[in-house]
Design a protein around this ligand. Structure first.
Ligand SMILES: Cc1ncc(COP(=O)(O)O)c(C=O)c1O
Length: 365
């Protein structure tokens, strides 16, 4: 008798879209397949034009790349010279540290206070070698927000020649009306680069499309640095269709709103103290984060271990659908509280063999 097939794991580790890609994007992909013997439009003309129209900027203010990870790398390289300083809040999205290192810069890490970027401490670190600061709004992995008033006061205090990257990968999920708009700030003459992604609300993480909105001068420098054809034909076609698929975006936002409430309430009911989130994930302190991640993975539920974010004692759980949350809470109830001794044996970044499947319990995001 053969064993019943193992259920695929529930993946709540990478802040992906539980609804999947936009159906319009899938149709656009199918339609674009026949043209794959042609090189892509290296200028991303149609996608840039659509974004420019939507955002009220010129196409010369937009750089598109292989996910916002490539774009943030280009922006850092375009903004700093070797030896210059970049101020980053911690915990924060770790890709910025790599980008600063590759640009030959020096990252200055400023700890958050109560899960919020400490704007005063960040300003206090600025010296004559500082060219750039980065803020996630909302931030990953905290999910917290910097409101318009606080951000404007912060920008007022930036010395001339210092730029702020506002990473808005999660902005579509924000319910708080005080959310500032990085593109509006840029258009009002503030020294801001807006960074956005098609990986989250548009559900296209696997195709890798992200973009920056900045001054034409910076965009020209960024584009001079990247390879030709950094955004392939399928990625351009799908992103263009996903941008127009407002129903999918609205359904994603609504599902996320409910999912976020459900995760928060379920964790709070179990005695945890989750961080109120404006994004598509919830951060929660658990003690031994890596240990809990491994235990949950053994139950077929993947959540994010945060050692690379400097938060060993937390996990991050992405919002999913209700059945995903039911499996997450069932797994949590099976392994929590940790029994025996003072916690679990942990091996960070471990690959687990589960039910014959090999998958990573420590996906990058
Ligand atoms: C804050 C932040 N910025 C950028 C990214 C990168 O997104 P992309 O998939 O567009 O490279 C992520 C991915 O999780 C993120 O959390």
């Amino acid at each position: 008798m053969s064993a019943p097939p193992a259920r695929p794991p529930v993946d709540l580790s990478a802040n992906e879209n539980p609804l999947g890609p936009s159906p319009k994007a899938l149709a656009a992909l199918a339609a674009a397949m026949g043209g794959l013997h042609r090189y892509p439009d290296r200028a991303c003309t149609r996608l840039k034009a659509a974004l420019a129209l939507r955002l009220g900027v010129s196409a010369r203010q937009i750089a598109i790349g292989n996910g916002s990870c490539e774009v943030l790398d280009l922006a850092v390289r375009g903004l700093i010279a070797p030896g210059e300083k970049v101020i980053l809040g911690t915990p924060g999205f770790p890709a910025y540290r790599g980008a600063v290192r590759r640009a030959g810069g020096q990252a200055v890490l400023v700890p958050a206070r109560d899960y919020r970027d400490d704007l005063t401490a960040m300003l206090g670190q600025i010296d004559s070698r500082t060219r750039l600061l980065v803020l996630g709004n909302p931030g990953n992995p905290t999910g917290t927000l910097i409101g318009r008033t606080a951000l404007l006061a912060f920008l007022d205090r930036l010395p001339a020649g210092v730029t702020l990257i506002l990473d808005e990968a999660y902005r579509d999920f924000v319910a708080d009306a005080s959310l500032p708009d990085a593109v509006d700030l840029l258009q009002a003459g503030r020294p801001v680069v807006a960074l956005r992604s098609f990986s989250k609300v548009h559900g296209l993480a696997g195709l890798r499309v992200g973009y920056a909105v900045a001054t034409p001068d910076l965009i020209a420098r960024m584009q001079a640095e990247h390879q030709q054809f950094n955004t392939n034909t399928l990625a351009q076609a799908a992103a263009l269709a996903a941008l127009e698929d407002e129903a999918h975006v609205a359904a994603t936002i609504e599902l996320n709103r409910r999912g976020r409430e459900e995760l928060f309430a379920g964790l709070a009911a179990r005695g945890f103290d989750p961080v109120p989130s404006q994004a598509n994930f919830v951060l929660v302190r658990v003690g031994d984060g890596a240990g809990l991640v491994l235990r949950l993975a053994a139950q077929g539920v993947l959540v994010k271990e945060l050692g690379r974010y400097g938060l060993d004692d937390h996990i991050r759980v992405s919002c999913g659908r209700a059945p995903d949350h039911a499996r997450f809470f069932a797994a949590l109830d099976a392994v929590w509280p940790p029994r025996g001794g003072n916690g679990w044996n942990t091996r960070r970044g471990t690959h687990l063999a589960l039910d014959g499947d090999l998958f990573s319990a420590n996906k990058r995001y």
